[in-house]
Ligand binder design. Structure first.
Ligand SMILES: [Zn+2]
Length: 483
């Protein structure tokens, strides 16, 4: 049982999650005109492109890698705390939770040492830092009252994520020491907004996926047969949060083309990451935080230059370098190998045999995706184009690419099934561990029954009950599951 990002990325049809569900193909509803077969077909296809775009950009960018490591460190922290508690302590924490007090909670911390004990109170702070940093980087929602500085939380969270990557049973990256790791960000983290609406990393991911979707729906076959679909995609960009980055771009003196916006978003989503990109170093929050990278790229880009309609790898790599010069911000590189596995089936076999956790699978996927980002950047940055023209034919030859792109599970018309290229045992091992990771948050931070809405519906109550039983055994905290 390990990591995987739990929070959802809602799509226009209300269906997407950035975790397990972003690997699921939905085809059951959301058709603007169910009597029009073209509309149904293209609507489904566009949603698939949109959701796959999330998966590709999450695992094929440095900010996604940072989020994966933050999530992993958070789950490992919770698990290791409970692994070392005796039965009496577990009973005490379980009683707290049953009485309505979250074990690790935001808000008032004054009574943590006396209620939890000094040691657990310290672990609670570490877990809360990791949780807070993850959500600040992804959402920047007005989160929670921390009780300590945001800068301290973010630096602490990044350093702990880094530390977990250095552990013996992980990738074993070199660790530069506490002091360097805990003071990477030199200024106070702040959020970004456009006309009072927050532009977040999640928003950049949604915008890029919506542009992918629009590209697919702009094809003449779709325009001729299902014109409503394109209109809906344009309306989503014009009137919802998904379009905030595009609308900010259109208000500049020389508005960039949509292909250029995609290149700017790619630049934004790939900051250098402390601990992953370089051994020691200090950086400004604006260099790390994707929304501020996007704003600066928009401000300082050469307004006379636009990305061509079908950009080559050389053109995209050159544009990336020119943005580095114009903004003074670096494009993140990953300085360490992330996985020694050579195929998805090998890493899933390791998962099945208990030789790695979900983290091992995700780092394998990230290492493969990040190689594409460096060698064939359009596959990540202009993902929608992959489904058109010559590019679509190219996809057929990409066995390795298909390995990391195709979903682990499929949900067709409400029926859960395993992806055709996986055996049932591997798929279930992966799904169970993802579910267990999401449940960890509920155990330590929640007070009610386990949340199961991130799971395919056909997992059913029986799966939920089994999960609740395993969680109760592992943590010594009694929980139930509710569908
Ligand atoms: Zn989405």
């Amino acid at each position: 049982m390990l990591e995987l990002p739990a929070p959802s990325l809602s799509s226009c049809s209300g269906h997407a999650n950035l975790s397990l569900r972003s690997q699921i193909l939905f085809d059951e509803d959301g058709d603007p005109d169910p009597d029009n077969i073209w509309s149904a077909l293209f609507g489904w296809h566009a949603r698939r492109v949109h959701e796959c775009g999330h998966w590709v950009r999450y695992h094929g960018t440095t900010i996604g890698l940072a989020l994966t490591t933050l999530r992993d460190a958070r789950d490992r922290t919770a698990q290791s705390v409970f692994a070392e508690l005796d039965a009496a302590d577990k009973r005490h924490l379980s009683d707290l939770r049953r009485g309505g007090r979250g074990i690790f909670r935001f808000g008032n911390h004054d009574d943590d040492p006396s209620t939890l004990g000094e040691d657990i109170a310290l672990w609670a702070q570490i877990w809360l830092d990791l949780y807070y940093t993850y959500h600040f980087l992804l959402d920047a929602e007005p989160l929670h009252n921390l009780g300590w500085g945001v800068g301290d939380a973010v630096n602490g969270g990044l350093a702990d994520a880094w530390l977990h990557l250095t552990m013996k049973n992980g990738p074993g990256l070199p660790y530069p020491g506490n002091d360097a790791a805990r003071s990477c960000i030199v200024d106070e983290p702040t959020a970004s907004a456009f006309r009072g609406c927050p532009i977040t990393t999640r928003c950049l991911l949604e915008c890029a996926s919506s542009l992918d979707e629009l590209r697919v729906l702009s094809h003449s076959i779709v325009r001729d047969n299902a014109p409503d679909l394109q209109r809906m995609a344009v309306m989503a960009l014009a009137g919802t949060d998904y379009g905030l980055p595009v609308r900010a771009a259109l208000e500049t003196n020389h508005p960039p083309s949509m292909n250029t916006v995609l290149a700017l978003i790619d630049f934004a989503l790939n900051p250098p990451i402390p601990g992953i990109s370089f051994g020691e170093g200090r950086m400004a929050w604006a260099e790390l935080y994707p929304p501020q990278r996007f704003e600066l790229a928009l401000l300082f880009r050469d307004p006379q230059f636009d990305i061509s309609p079908d950009p080559t790898s050389d053109e995209l790599l050159h544009y990336r370098r020119s943005l580095e010069v114009q903004t003074g911000l670096r494009y993140g590189v990953v300085a360490h190998p992330l996985s020694s596995s050579h195929s998805l089936s090998a890493v899933l076999d390791d998962l099945d045999q208990g030789r790695c956790g979900v983290r091992g699978v995700l780092l394998y996927i990230a290492s493969t995706m990040l190689a594409y980002r460096d060698n064939d950047p359009g596959l990540i940055s202009h993902f929608g184009a992959v489904f058109q023209g010559d590019e679509a034919v190219r996809m057929l030859d990409y066995h390795e690419w298909n390995d990391v792109l195709l979903p682990f599970v499929e949900d067709r018309g409400g029926k859960f099934s395993y992806a055709a290229h996986l055996d049932e045992r591997s798929a279930l091992a992966f799904a169970s561990q993802v579910a267990g990771a999401a449940a960890t948050d509920d155990v330590v931070n929640g007070v009610g029954p386990l949340t199961l809405d991130h799971l395919p519906r056909d997992f059913g109550q029986r799966f939920g009950d089994q999960l609740a039983y395993e969680i109760s055994q592992r943590f010594g905290v009694e929980v139930s599951a509710a569908l």
